[in-house]
Design a protein around this ligand. Structure first.
Ligand code: EPU
Length: 418
C-alpha cells in the first residue's frame, strides 16, 4: 500500500486548478443508463471511484470510451445489477438503482454494509421508490426492485439525503406522472444532475431548492455535459493555505459553492478574495479558533469537517466542531492526537484546544476526508509525517502530491509492492 511522506512547516503559495467533482460525476455516469443514446461527460477526474463506476457500467452492458471526456452508450442494458464486489468498494454504486429500475423495470443492487463514517442505510431511497409503486425485496444481501413503470408520487425525505435525492430524481424522469420531492438535498451536485437531465429532455423544476418537481417523460435523449468543479477539493486546498500560513488561489470554482466555508475561514482570520471563478485565501500569522457545525448545503459541508479540524488544532483558542450528518466521522481525531493535537470527543462534538504546533508522526488514513485532514496536519507539522493507507485519498483527490508540490510543499509518495 502506498504512503505519503510530508516534511512539514512550509507555507504554501500559488495556484491550484480544480478538477471535475467526483460527487457530481458519479450520479451523472449513472444517469447515462437512463438513455439508449450517446451520453458524453467532460472534465472527468481520473479517480479510483470513477474507475469503479466504469466497471459498474460495463457490468450492466453499457459501453464507454475513456479519458477526461467519457462517452457512454447504454444502448441495451443486459444486466440490471450492481454486484457486491463493486458496491462494497464504493457505496455510491447504489446510484444505479433508480436509473436501472426506471429504464428496465427491474434492478438488483447489493446492499452496502456499514462504512467507516457511519451506518449509511438506503432506507429513504427504498421508501421513495415504494411510494412510486416499486416492489422491493431484500434477499441474500441484495435489493431487488421491480416496477413495470414507476408512478409519480409526493415524497418527503425524513432526512436530507444527497444520493437519495439524486436516485429518486433520476427514477422520476421516466415515471408516469408528476413526482414532488420535499426536503430534497440542495447541493450543487444535485443541481448539476438536474441540469444535465433537463438537457436530455427531462422536465425538472426547483433543483437547488428543498422542493423538486419532476414530470415524467417516456424517454430521454443523449447529451454532452461538462462536469462542475469539485468544491471539496477546492476547500481542501484553501485550508492547506490556511493551516500553513500561506496564500493559495483555487481556480475554476464558483465562490458560491463554498460560501459557508469561506465565511468560517474569514472568521478564523483569513483574508478571502474572489472573482467569478477563482478564490484566493491569505492566512493570518495564526488562525483564530472558531466553532463550526456541519449541515447540508448551503451549510458547512461534512466533507470538509476533518480538514477544518486540522486547521483548528493549531489555532489560537478552543473550538467546538459538531458533526450532524454522520455518526462516526471523527476517526481522524485519534490520528491527530498522535501528532500532538489536543482534542476530546463528546458524542457528536469535538473540543479542540489549539496547540502552538503539531509534530510529524506516522499516521493511518481511515477514510477519504480523514486522509485529507492528515495531509493538512502533516503540511503544518514540525518534522516528517508518514501517512499510510492513502488509497483512501486516491478515491477523491487527483494527483494530490503533484498539486501540493506545485504550491511548494515537500511531499512524496512511497510505492509499496504489497
Ligand atoms: N441516510 C439515511 N437513510 C438513507 C440515506 C441517508 O439514514 O436512505 C442518512 C445517512 O446515514 C446520513 C445522512 O442521511 O446520516 C446523510 O447522508 P446522505 O444520503 O446525504 O449521504 P450520501 O448521499 O450517501 C453524499 C456524498 C458524501 C457526503 C454526503 C453528505 C456522494 C457520492 N457522496 O453521500 O460524500 O459526505 O453526501 O454531504 O455524493 C465523500 O465524498 O467523502 C463523501 C462521503
Amino acid at each position: 500500500m502506498d504512503s505519503l511522506i510530508i516534511e512539514g512547516g512550509i507555507p504554501l503559495h500559488g495556484d491550484v486548478e480544480i478538477t471535475g467533482a467526483k460527487n457530481a460525476a458519479l450520479p451523472l455516469m449513472a444517469a447515462a443508463l437512463l438513455t439508449a443514446r450517446t451520453f458524453t461527460l467532460r472534465n472527468l477526474p481520473p479517480l479510483q471511484d470513477i474507475q469503479t463506476m466504469k466497471r459498474l457500467l460495463t457490468h450492466t452492458g453499457a459501453q464507454w470510451h475513456d479519458g477526461r471526456t467519457i462517452t457512454i452508450a447504454a444502448e441495451k442494458i443486459t444486466n440490471a445489477e450492481a454486484p457486491y464486489d463493486l458496491v462494497k468498494t464504493m457505496r455510491a454504486s447504489s446510484l444505479v438503482l433508480g436509473p436501472l429500475l426506471a429504464r428496465t423495470g427491474v434492478a438488483h443492487v447489493s446492499l452496502p454494509g456499514g462504512c467507516a463514517i457511519g451506518a449509511r442505510p438506503l432506507n429513504l431511497h427504498l421508501k421513495a421508490l415504494e411510494a412510486m409503486g416499486a416492489e422491493i425485496a431484500i434477499n441474500e444481501g441484495y435489493i431487488t426492485a421491480k416496477a413495470n413503470r414507476l408512478k409519480g408520487a409526493r415524497i418527503t425525505f425524513d432526512t436530507i439525503t444527497v444520493t437519495g435525492t439524486e436516485n429518486i430524481m433520476m427514477a422520476a424522469t421516466l415515471a408516469d406522472g408528476v413526482t414532488v420531492l420535499e426536503n430534497a438535498a440542495q447541493e450543487p451536485e444535485v443541481s448539476a444532475l438536474a441540469e444535465c437531465l433537463t438537457r436530455m429532455g427531462a422536465k425538472i423544476d426547483g433543483a437547488g431548492t428543498s422542493r423538486i418537481t419532476i414530470t415524467g417523460v417516456s424517454e430521454l435523449n443523449g447529451v454532452d455535459y461538462t462536469l462542475i468543479p469539485d468544491r471539496i477539493e477546492a476547500g481542501t486546498y484553501l485550508m492547506a493555505g490556511a493551516i500553513t500560513g500561506g496564500e493559495v488561489t483555487v481556480r475554476n470554482v464558483p465562490p458560491q459553492f463554498l460560501q459557508a466555508t469561506l465565511d468560517k475561514l474569514t472568521d478564523a482570520g483569513c483574508v478571502i478574495t474572489t472573482t467569478d471563478h477563482n478564490i484566493t485565501l491569505k492566512a493570518p500569522q495564526r488562525l483564530h479558533a472558531m466553532d463550526m457545525t456541519t449541515a447540508p448545503f448551503p451549510g458547512f459541508a461534512t466533507d470538509l469537517q476533518a480538514q477544518f479540524m486540522a486547521c483548528m488544532t493549531v489555532a489560537d483558542g478552543t473550538s467546538i466542531i459538531r458533526e450532524t450528518i454522520f455518526e462516526n466521522r471523527f476517526m481522524h481525531v485519534a490520528e491527530l492526537g498522535r501528532m500532538g493535537a489536543d482534542i476530546t470527543v463528546d458524542g457528536h462534538a469535538a473540543h479542540i484546544k489549539g496547540v502552538p504546533h503539531l509534530s510529524g508522526a506516522p499516521v493511518m488514513a481511515t477514510d477519504l476526508r480523514a486522509s485529507a485532514c492528515l495531509v493538512l496536519a502533516g503540511l503544518a507539522a514540525h518534522g516528517s509525517t508518514e501517512i499510510q493507507r492513502i488509497y483512501h485519498l486516491d478515491r477523491g483527490y487527483e494527483h494530490v502530491e503533484d498539486k501540493l508540490c506545485r504550491l511548494g510543499a515537500k511531499i512524496r509518495r512511497v510505492k509499496s509492492s504489497h
